[in-house]
Ligand binder design. Sequence first.
Ligand code: NAD
Ligand code: ZN
Length: 244
Amino acid sequence: MQLNRDNNVIEDVRNRLSVASSVTILTGAGISAESGVPTFRGEDGLWRNYRAEELATPQAFKRDPVLVWEWYNMRRERLSDIEPNQAHYALARLEKRVGDFTLITQNVDGLHEKGGSRNIIELHGNIWRVRCTGCGGIKDNHDVPIDILPYCVDCGGLLRPHIVWFGEMLPDDVLSSAYSALEICKIMIVVGTSGIVQPAASMAYTAKRAGAYVIEVNLEMTPNSGIVDRTIIGKAAEILPLLI
Ligand code: NAD
Ligand code: ZN
């Protein structure tokens, strides 16, 4: 583990990336911070006196789907005019030149897709998709606001946000594709994630154990810092363009 952002470290990582055949990235809320999306701990508290933990649950949706959808409409509205930043764009450029590239994200804001990334595994879903509680069908939906309540055109079932809520499991297929990408990659970069929320918190370790060279980019040290090969302290939107 090495902590600095001197030019030798940047150049070493850049050289490794320039010849890498297989790269896996893990991003968290920190990569979107400079686009103006609050990180989890920075999130500004209450909406109509509710905390996120009281709204982003299957129980809350069952009790009051109108309320939950109103909250998601507020969040959609806030996100609708937000743009990707230089960190998102740098990862999209890297994908174009690496043969085998996977981007795993905990973010639900859709900014990687908007920034041009293609092979994305969204661990926690995407705020711009809806899922039918009847037939399970998943569809893109960019309406701001969305009509409340929204129903499935195929089966008439109630639509919900395609988000993994508190108390819900991550889908098996999503997890298994994430783990295969971690196990085959030669280089992994962990960007802007606190290393506290599971299962993402242990993904750097999974890649490291499978033989990858692991780099962390964050504003501060995290629980991942002790196991990665390099921690580069700085803003994602400044560091990633230097590396890529
Ligand atoms: P987190 O908020 O717990 O941690 C953010 C991390 O990013 C911190 O370690 C912080 O030091 C770092 N950081 C902040 N600004 C940075 C910057 N400019 N450059 C580099 N690093 C920076 O986020 P998490 O680990 O992703 O976990 C939070 C959970 O909340 C996730 O489950 C996620 O789904 C959800 N969430 C998503 C969004 C989003 O979609 N943008 C926003 C908030 C929360
Ligand atoms: Zn349906």
